[in-house]
Design a protein around this ligand. Structure first.
Ligand code: PHE
Length: 355
């Protein structure tokens, strides 16, 4: 057998085996590289006797294409099988059961805000909102709070800029200002939202929630304020009778001002609202100061009314028997699962699985 036939047989055999891509590439170099077996045969052509040269050359060409075709075929084959393997791995198994659907809970604070809003909307209040980041004017100045008032102190207020122009609102009262500046009287609104003060212990958190109330019209007096709050507290705590007392107090933006306490007693360690002889402070209120009305261009001879600010977290704690305010904002899923509320619209694929 001639050299080239030997090479051909040997390499056709090799190429028939199960090869990796790098092995096929190695064979390709062995045969057709610069000093490859086939390449060197081509260099020999001139040395061969003339009579045999033609046959030799034509055989060599046939063998060359034979081997080359097989190599190309192998390379293609390996490529395709790699793609198929990858596709096999990435297959989506549509027979797998879906992951359990976990339904979230409504946070007690959100629930309480919803309840408060619906109680007040029953008696004609609409809901307003204001931003958490306020300016000094809306939070203090327009609310008749003097420059040297302690609430403006760095100890109480989170200022966002050196020049004290922007701050995190310390109460929801700036929404009174925003509402009266954008509309004309009468006003009858509530404004729930987040508020901030530099304070932290079992009953104080640096971020907490308030709901502001404002009712301004031509003949609104303190009797209306009392009636409104009485109605609200009874509805909120779902009791027929409520003990409520107005304690004289001071706020720069109301005159007269009062703090409101509700009566309660402890029965088996539980707070019962509306009975007993203990008192719990739940809100601040008063008749809107004429200076505030002047600051928002409302005629204070013609119009007057009341405002109040209720601590929402405190109400939620009382109603739902939660004794540490900080738990509200710790984002502990177990706590939320226990104290949270189920949403009204439960999706049809909800299977009641909770974490
Ligand atoms: N803004 C007061 C506070 O945060 C509460 C309040 C609101 C008092 C409206 C009177 C009128 O303490």
């Amino acid at each position: 057998m001639t050299d080239i036939k030997k090479i051909r047989d040997e390499y056709l055999n090799k190429l028939k085996q199960n090869l990796e891509l790098h092995e096929v590439n190695q064979i390709k170099t062995d045969l057709f590289g610069k000093n490859g077996l086939i390449s060197s045969q081509f260099k020999k052509i001139n040395l061969i006797a003339e009579a045999e040269r033609k046959d030799f050359a034509s055989n060599l060409n046939i063998i060359k294409s034979e081997l080359q075709d097989l190599i190309n075929f192998k390379i293609n084959e390996i490529g395709t099988s790699q793609i198929n393997k990858k596709l096999d791995k990435e297959k989506i198994d549509i027979t797998l059961p879906e992951r359990p659907f976990i339904l979230g809970k409504i946070h007690p604070v959100s629930q309480t805000i919803d309840e408060i809003s619906s109680i007040f909307s029953e008696i004609g209040f609409s809901v307003e909102e204001g931003p958490d980041v306020e300016n000094e004017y809306n939070n203090f100045t327009a609310l008749n709070t003097p420059d040297n008032h302690p609430a403006r102190d760095l100890h109480d207020t989170f200022y966002l800029a050196e020049n004290k122009e922007r701050l995190l609102r310390t109460h929801t009262s700036p929404v009174q200002i925003r509402t009266m500046l954008k509309d004309k009287p009468p006003f009858k609104i509530i404004a729930p939202g987040r508020t901030y003060r530099s304070d932290s212990d079992q009953t104080h958190s640096p971020m907490f929630h308030q709901v502001e109330g404002l009712h301004i019209d031509e003949k609104i007096n303190m009797g209306h304020l009392k009636g409104c709050l009485n109605y609200f507290i009874k509805e909120f705590f779902e009791v027929k009778n409520i003990k409520m007392r107005f304690r004289p107090s001071h706020f720069p933006f109301t005159e007269p001002s009062a703090e409101v306490d509700i009566g309660y007693e402890l029965k088996d360690g539980k707070i019962v609202i509306g009975e007993g002889d203990k008192w719990l402070e739940i809100l601040g209120c008063g008749m809107v100061h004429p200076n505030v009305l002047k600051n928002v261009n409302v005629n204070s001879i013609k119009y007057q009314g009341y405002a109040f600010g209720i601590g929402i977290d405190r109400l939620a704690m009382l109603k739902y028997g939660i004794n540490d305010l900080r738990a509200f904002f710790e984002c502990d899923y177990r706590w939320l699962n226990h104290f949270g509320f189920d949403p009204l619209d439960v999706p049809s694929n909800y299977r009641g699985i909770s974490r």
